[in-house]
Ligand binder design. Structure first.
Ligand code: SIN
Length: 308
């Protein structure tokens, strides 16, 4: 397998598919990391949309400290956070709590300013199963036929969190408490096709978990287009699949990829902890040119539609 040596020579990167995902070797995330190392990791995350690390035996403080090098951190208002660490989302599944992150999504698109990226650390992996899939939303957009792009470019979509409301109700939240959260987190409208603020590339930015409708469009047409756009994440050609081990880390860019946690390990235990970096307001700019991409030499031109 070819390994790219970054110019610093301090670590190396192995691409894991022609379009998305790379393993970074030779870096200890427990720190301290200098600015050059952080810039290299950030660039790799931009190029590959998700980067992975093995054998990172981090404390929660070290996990948080690493994430803070990339921006401020979110506190999830609905999910279970780790005791004493409000910025750490504790995602634990076992016989009594089956996995539920098995839907394609980008994190927290129900926020006005959805996340830049997420850093997930594996505490306990099942012996087999519990992989996470990631899909490249730039490649998915590039692969659309022009006639679909013409119908969705420049449009906006409304996002919401009905799944979290349902879970809160199941957990005993009152309707008044839920109504207060709906006021605090009003449904945002985000571009259907998002221009990435750092790379200038365009990607599909609707997801099956949180997007409700394309704004100002006939509901049937909105459903038709959203069905087509959601389906793109399911093409294996746009995906990378990561098999977890304890102390593995995945760092993904929520602005350019979606993910899906495979829920095939019940009744076994899977325990991961996520720290989520605050993002900014999504926009679409038809004229913004992509920045130069330093990316995989294996990059293929994926052609999913016969008429594009
Ligand atoms: C998530 O959806 O953020 C969690 C992904 C995972 O558990 O692999």
């Amino acid at each position: 397998m070819t390994v790219i040596d970054r110019s610093t020579g301090t670590y190396s990167i192995t691409p894991m598919s022609p379009t998305i995902g790379a393993m970074i070797h030779g870096v200890d995330l427990s720190g301290p990391l200098n600015d050059n190392q952080i810039n290299e990791i950030r660039q790799a995350m931009l190029d590959y949309k998700v980067v992975f690390f093995r054998n990172q035996d981090l404390t929660t403080e070290q996990h948080l400290a690493f994430a803070r090098r990339f921006g401020g951190l979110e506190v999830h208002p609905f999910a279970i956070n780790k005791p004493d660490y409000p910025e750490v989302l504790a995602i634990t599944h076992d016989a009594d709590h089956p996995g539920q992150e098995n839907g394609w999504h980008s994190d927290v698109t129900w926020r006005l300013e959805p996340s830049l990226g997420s850093i997930l650390r594996c505490v306990k992996a099942p012996d087999v199963g519990g992989d996470t899939l990631f899909a490249d939303m730039y490649a998915a957009y590039d692969g659309l036929p022009q006639r679909i792009k013409d119908r969705v470019d420049g449009r906006t979509a409304r996002h919401d969190f009905p799944n979290f409301r349902a879970r809160l109700r199941q957990g005993g939240a009152t309707e008044d408490e839920i109504a207060a959260l709906v006021v605090e987190y009003p449904n945002p409208e985000h571009p259907v096709i998002r221009t990435h603020p750092e790379t200038g590339r365009k990607g599909i930015y609707v997801n099956a978990a949180f997007t409700q409708e394309i704004v100002g469009m006939d509901p049937d047409e909105s459903d038709e287009l959203l069905t087509i756009l959601y389906a793109q994440a399911q093409f294996p050609e746009y995906q990378v699949r990561f098999m977890w081990e304890e102390n593995s880390i995945a760092f993904w860019d929520n602005r350019s990829c979606q993910h899906y946690a495979v829920s095939d390990y019940w009744p076994n235990r899977r325990q991961v902890e996520r720290v989520t970096i605050i993002g900014d307001t999504p926009y679409y700019d038809a004229a913004q040119a992509p920045t130069e991409i330093a990316e995989s030499p294996f990059r293929g031109k994926i052609k999913m539609w016969s008429d594009s």
